[in-house]
Every structure is written in structure tokens, then in C-alpha cells.
Design a protein around this ligand. Structure first.
Ligand code: DC
Length: 274
């Protein structure tokens, strides 16, 4: 991350939360969302897609960008992790696509803001930490290949994002969930740097991890996510590429805010500078 201080480094733990309060609840399966705060600093309620591989810094950047713009931030990876968590807990065979798909469409997933953090609730239970283990990462990548799971979660994500003023972060947002998003960013970083980030994130959380295993797991997961038949991770043709390897969060977010504001004013032909 070059000159970036530790605080600025793109680790997920750098900042996951969003300022702002208020949430809308549904009693049925689906999702709960805090209501978007009114757009700040003259930025309209655009839909922003952020995609990219693991460890590219999507969550951190999306969270900071959300706070800067007064937009809701939706971590769609946490939704796939929630399905994986319940599959494991209920002892469902992960290969049983029918059962996993049914489970996915029955879940109620909620993002709730607590101070600087966004917590993930599944059917009323706070599973924010429980979904961040290496085992759940692997299982989330596995179940995310399944058509039924994707259909259920994409439906929820479209519902969450339909009012705009929202940043969705994941693997297929710009290509499948919101192909007409107003702005699409594709974040990536050198694979060594992505592995280092993921390793430090785990260590910071007190999870016992081995560097080599973290590396194998992350690269394997990227491979799975990029080569599955349903909605593989790929850069949308009209997405702006952002290489986060040597840049601070602040620098990247400043540039994104500039782009979003220009887009809101109708300025065309925007390019990210390195
Ligand atoms: O971003 P993450 O590491 O929390 O995502 C966990 C898994 O979920 C990831 O391996 C692939 C899957 N995923 C997906 O298929 N589509 C998304 N939009 C987000 C995540």
C-alpha cells in the first residue's frame, strides 16, 4: 500500500460501518435495510456497483464511500456467507441444491448500523463475526455457484437497491444484479497484496491462520468465483478499473467521490487516474 499508514490500509477491519440510522423491516423472508440518509453534498440517489476479487478492498472502500455520500452500503458477500452459515448450522448437505436454494429464499438478512459498524443479522441473530471464518468463506464460495441461491439473493439485492442512493459490493453487481447501475467500479489488486490483507484481517480478529493456507484458500476461491457457470466474477465492459495495490483508502475514495459527483452532474468520459 505504498505510503499509506496502517490506519489507511485497505483491510476490511479498517472500517465496515456507516454513519446514519433508521431501518425498514419486513416480517417475511428477504432483507432489511436501513433507509438511505438524504443524499449529501448535492449527490443524487445513484446506484453504484463495486465488484472485484477477494481482498481487493471492496468492503472498506464501499463503506467509506457510503459514508461520504450518505448512501446505503450493501455487502452482498455477507449474504452468501449467511446462506453458508445456515447450511452448516442446519446440517444441510451443501451439494443438495434444492434444499440450499429453499433455505436461501427463506432467510431474512438484515444490515443494521451500530456506530461505525454495519452488523449482519440473519433471522434476527447477529452473525457478523461467525460468517468470517475460513470455513464459511469456502462454503460461501461453494453455495454461490448454485442457481437457486443466486436467484434468491439477487432478488433480495434488487429489492434493497431499487430506490437508489445505494452502493452494492460483490462479484456480479455490475454484470447481473444492476447491469444498468449508474456507475460501476471494478476493484483489483496484486494477488500477493490481496493475500497479505486477508491474512492480517484474520490475525487482527484473533483467528489462527497460516499464511500459506490463506494464500491457497484465497486463490482457490477467486478461481471458483471466476469460473463458475452462473454469474462468474468478471469486469463489466463499462466498469471503471481501480487498482488498489499501492493506494490509500482516502486517495481512492476521494477519486470515486469526484467521479460520482461528476456523474451526478452529467459529466461524461470519466477515467480513473493512477
Ligand atoms: O466478498 P466475500 O468474500 O464476503 O464473498 C463471499 C463469497 O460469496 C465469494 O467467494 C463469492 C460469493 N459472492 C458471489 O458469488 N456474488 C456476490 N455478489 C458476492 C459474493
Amino acid at each position: 500500500m505504498g505510503k499509506a499508514s496502517n490506519k489507511e490500509r485497505l483491510t476490511r477491519s479498517a472500517a465496515r460501518g456507516l454513519a446514519g440510522k433508521g431501518k425498514r423491516k419486513s416480517r417475511r423472508s428477504g432483507s432489511t435495510l436501513r433507509e438511505p440518509r438524504p443524499p449529501s453534498r448535492g449527490v443524487e440517489r445513484l446506484t453504484i456497483a463495486i465488484d472485484g476479487p477477494s481482498g481487493a478492498g471492496k468492503s472498506t472502500v464501499a463503506s467509506f464511500l457510503g459514508r461520504r455520500l450518505g448512501y446505503v452500503y450493501i455487502d452482498t458477500g455477507a449474504m452468501y456467507r449467511s446462506v453458508a452459515f445456515r447450511v452448516k448450522e442446519k446440517g444441510i448437505v451443501p451439494e443438495d441444491e434444492f434444499a440450499v436454494g429453499q433455505l436461501a429464499s427463506s432467510l431474512h438478512i438484515a444490515f443494521v448500523i451500530e456506530g461505525e459498524q454495519t452488523r449482519v443479522f440473519c433471522d434476527g441473530e447477529d452473525i457478523s463475526e461467525a460468517i468470517r471464518t475460513p470455513e464459511i468463506s469456502r462454503l460461501a464460495s461453494f453455495v454461490s455457484r448454485q442457481k437457486g441461491v443466486r436467484e434468491a439473493l439477487v432478488r433480495m439485492q434488487r429489492e434493497m437497491g431499487k430506490k437508489g442512493g445505494v452502493i452494492l459490493e460483490g462479484r456480479d453487481i455490475g454484470t447481473v444484479v444492476f447491469p444498468d447501475a449508474d456507475i460501476k467500479f471494478y476493484l483489483d489488486a496484486d494477488s500477493g497484496e490481496r493475500v497479505r490483507r486477508r491474512y492480517h484481517e484474520m490475525v487482527e480478529k484473533g483467528v489462527e491462520v497460516d499464511f500459506k493456507e490463506t494464500q491457497q484458500e484465497l486463490l482457490q476461491r477467486d478461481h471458483n468465483d471466476m469460473h463458475r457457470s452462473h454469474s462468474p466474477l468478471k469486469k463489466a465492459d463499462d466498469a471503471l478499473s481501480v487498482d488498489t495495490t499501492h493506494r490509500s483508502v482516502e486517495e481512492i475514495v476521494d477519486e470515486m467521490v469526484r467521479i460520482v459527483k461528476a456523474k451526478a452532474k452529467g459529466v461524461k468520459g470519466l477515467l480513473l487516474t493512477k
